[in-house]
Unconditional design. Structure first.
Ligand SMILES: [Zn+2]
Length: 788
């Protein structure tokens, strides 16, 4: 059984809902980040150790799922959860955390590792398992013991991995001021980034304010290397280099140990941590050529610090990338067609290297070029004038990718040995530090959401309230022509479609598009463009069919949602055809200027909006469009403003929360948008209009027979119970067909009788209306008889 060791607000588990607890709950895994250390049994806190140490106290132990199991080739070990009685309730989450810290202090005091998993507490879900073993010990509350160590706890260094700013003992032989050292580039950028065991893997114990390790610089039988919390060291053995050259800097220890220069060690760490070594040179003013830093892999070109920062600035918006074999520059910019929503909605264009050079061709930089290296290694430099663009292209630290790829999924693909720009990543947060990939937590659509507003939402009910007016708009306007069950189904269908558009972009993408139909000003645009805001620049509002060209195609390379406004296709069959292909194709070809054409995956969904009754050339067998006849009610400026204001005040975040909630995401996992399509009046209208023969036949069914003009316009009824047989031989039926076509814009369709026969045959083959076909032996030419 799964449990949690606290009471929670509204019974929702979580730290933020913590009310009170009278049990200290924690997790012992005997494992952690530094696996080597944890492979040492001497560091383990076993159940036996625990029993011995806490024999006077009341506790219960339950073994965890992986207790004494070999995992990934690592030794089996004790893994368990502990529940210790506190004897009274703790109501403050801060105090509860403090008790956990004190417990950590008690069990980890003489160890280099934290032996309790600090991520777990009474507010955590503790998973049960079938094989769990339970141990119980009666005794007193642990609270007394924890209270008794509070003072000692206060005086120990805070955290074993991070806070090393407290120096307990000055090293007499060291001349560098410690506070200066803690502000040094090496300490800030390298040493403080690691746990002490990175530099001192042999560290054993902690006492009197410093750590002791076996010295690796001499043959050390007993730990004789003193290590300070900030990483400084001194070996106590007289003959050891570590005694002659103690240092505050752990890099000195690594250099001595590996017999390298400190510069080499620093450069290696720069590589590992994606740090710019030139930043070190600039901050410490330690260049070979004062005021200059090297920018080429050979170091033969140097620029001033100031120009170096200008080059770095270029990396913010430019990157070299190979696109289908063509080397070009990715340019992060606003495009001319730039759409609403301001900053953060930039796009990536391909720029040729010559255009890039051209752009910076009037920006000259005075740099230094290596003229000669003498035998003693001393160098002479000559002045050289170059353009900024050329220097950036030659710079070994220019931002660079082997290719670009759009993979709109939460998880990045793993590109072995390739540097790949994924269009789903956040360009603006990419830096040297994250290897130019962008921040993990800014990947995808989340970056278009105000995370602070989102964080304030804790339930679906709250989320729905936050976007109530927008939801009402969907319900009252988009579904406003329906009532009861039909309305509910259509409303749900729309929400599911939106939720799916938000999260399913890969093979699980539905190719069904939404078609919204109504008079002008009824809020179809509001529905679509507000939803589009959740997609940032992955949304495209198509308002002009001249966009349906090659250049436009380039803009489509990284889109997820396209809203095609009526002006694009009103009456333009070719545009409709293009859009239809865009909606359903799995891949499409992009043909950028100056770069080879390439094929990309199609991740787009489409919403169409039209004031015309005719929108899509919908074939009757087509399951590509959910057509919605939006309620024809003109929206007032005030109504629009109210929805907009609520949307901007957290409605957008509420809607995002709502669509991403398990409640909805669970439903759409297997939702079939084709099979579950809602039949609407507009949908039927589409069918009748896109294929007039269906419209004609529908009219016959609707009237119970065909029109006849023998005695003025009347209906010639068809039999209800006996079968209906008709053939092109029957002139009256053919006449009604011709008349229908004349009045429904289908004159090009209405040819001879054989044309009608062919069309009926098509309906039959397409499975729309099933006829029994036979030949009529009585008539001349033996025409087909259609029976149903
Ligand atoms: Zn030593």
């Amino acid at each position: 059984m799964d449990v949690a060791g606290a009471e929670f607000k509204n019974n929702y588990r979580g730290k933020q809902n913590f009310l009170r607890s009278d049990a200290l709950v924690f997790d012992v895994d005997n494992d952690g980040h530094d696996q080597d250390q944890w492979n040492d049994e001497g560091n383990w806190l076993t159940i036996e150790d625990f029993k011995l140490k806490f024999t006077d106290y009341e506790w219960m132990i339950a073994t965890s799922l992986n207790h004494q199991k070999e995992k990934n080739g690592r030794m089996p070990r004790d893994k368990f959860h502990v529940f210790m009685a506190l004897g009274s309730f703790v109501e403050d989450i801060g105090e509860y955390g403090k008790l956990l810290d004190l417990m950590q202090f008690v069990v980890s005091k003489d160890f280099h590792l934290n032996r309790i998993d600090s991520a777990v507490g009474g507010y955590s879900q503790i998973y049960g398992n079938q094989e769990t073993q339970v141990f119980y010990n009666a005794g007193e509350s642990i609270l007394h013991l924890l209270d008794s160590v509070r003072d000692d706890y206060q005086q120990q260094p805070r955290d074993k991995s991070q806070d090393r700013n407290i120096i307990w003992q000055q090293n007499g032989s060291d001349s560098i001021d410690i506070s200066e050292f803690l502000g040094s580039w090496d300490y800030k950028n390298i040493i403080s980034q690691y746990d002490l065991t990175e530099f001192y893997p042999t560290v054993v114990t902690h006492s009197n304010g410093y750590w002791m390790a076996k010295c690796e610089l001499h043959d050390d039988q007993n730990p004789s290397l003193m290590i300070y919390d900030n990483g400084g060291f001194k070996c106590l053995s007289n003959q050891c280099q570590g005694n002659e050259h103690p240092s505050w800097s752990a890099l000195d220890y690594v250099a001595l140990k590996q017999n390298k220069s400190k510069t080499e060690v620093r450069k290696e760490y720069c590589d590992r941590l994606n740090l710019d070594y030139n930043e070190y040179i600039i901050e410490t003013n330690s260049s070979d050529l004062e005021g200059y830093v090297p920018i080429t892999n050979l170091g033969h070109i140097m620029v001033t610090f100031e120009d170096y920062y200008r080059l770095k600035e270029l990396n913010q918006n430019h990157a070299i990338c190979t696109i289908e074999g063509d080397v070009c520059v990715l340019l992060y910019t606003k495009a001319s067609y730039h759409q609403e929503f301001g900053e953060g909605y930039k796009t990536i264009l391909f720029q040729s290297r010559s255009d890039f050079r051209e752009k910076f061709s009037n920006d000259f930089v005075q740099c230094k070029s290596l003229a000669n290296t003498a035998d003693d290694g001393s160098k002479t430099w000559s002045i050289k004038i170059q353009t900024l663009g050329k220097l950036w292209l030659e710079w070994d630290q220019r931002r660079e990718y082997d290719r670009a790829h759009f993979h709109p999924a939460d998880e990045r693909l793993v590109y072995k040995g390739e540097r790949v720009w994924d269009y789903f990543d956040d360009w603006s947060s990419a830096s040297e530090k994250n290897n130019w990939l962008g921040e993990d937590d800014s990947r995808g659509l989340i970056r278009f959401i105000d995370r602070q507003k989102l964080g304030q939402i804790t339930s679906n009910a709250q989320a729905e309230d936050a976007c109530r007016l927008y939801l009402n708009h969907i319900s009252n306007i988009l579904c406003g022509n329906y009532q009861g069950e039909k309305k509910r189904q259509l409303f749900e269908y729309i929400l599911y479609w939106m939720a799916s558009a938000l999260t399913k972009h890969l093979n699980n993408r539905t190719t069904v598009g939404l078609v919204l139909q109504s008079g002008q000003g009824s809020g179809k645009g509001l529905f679509s463009t507000f939803f589009g805001q959740l997609f940032g620049h992955y949304f495209y509002h198509l308002t002009d069919n001249s966009r349906l060209t090659q250049q436009f195609n380039m803009q489509m390379k990284d889109r997820l949602l396209v809203f095609a406004d009526e002006s694009v296709f009103a009456g333009d069959k070719r545009a409709v055809g293009t859009l239809k292909t865009m909606q359903t194709e799995n891949t499409f070809t992009i043909e950028p200027k100056g770069v080879n054409a390439f094929v990309v995956n199609n991740h787009r969904r489409f919403i169409y909006s039209s004031n015309e009754s005719w929108v899509i050339n919908k074939d009757a067998d087509d399951r590509r469009y959910q057509v919605i006849d939006v309620k024809n009610k003109k929206m007032t400026r005030g109504e629009y403003k109210r929805i907009e204001q609520q949307w901007n005040d957290g409605g957008k975040e509420g809607f995002y929360y709502f669509l991403k909630s398990d409640k909805i995401q669970d439903v759409i996992q297997d939702f079939d948008f084709e099979a579950n399509m809602i039949s609407t009046k507009a949908g039927l209208e589409q069918i009748k209009q896109s294929d007039p023969i269906i419209g004609w036949f529908y009219e016959i069914l609707d009237n119970g027979g065909h029109y006849t003009w023998d005695l003025g316009r009347s209906i010639c009824e068809w039999g209800m119970h006996e079968g209906n047989h008709f053939s092109t031989d029957k002139d009256a039926i053919h006449q009604s067909y011709v008349k229908y076509m004349e009045t429904h814009g289908g004159t090009t369709w209405a040819k001879g009788k054989s044309q009608l026969s062919n069309r009926l045959s098509r309906l039959h083959e397409d499975g729309i209306i099933f006829f029994k076909k036979s030949r009529d032996p009585k008539t001349e030419g033996n025409p087909t008889v259609w029976s149903f």
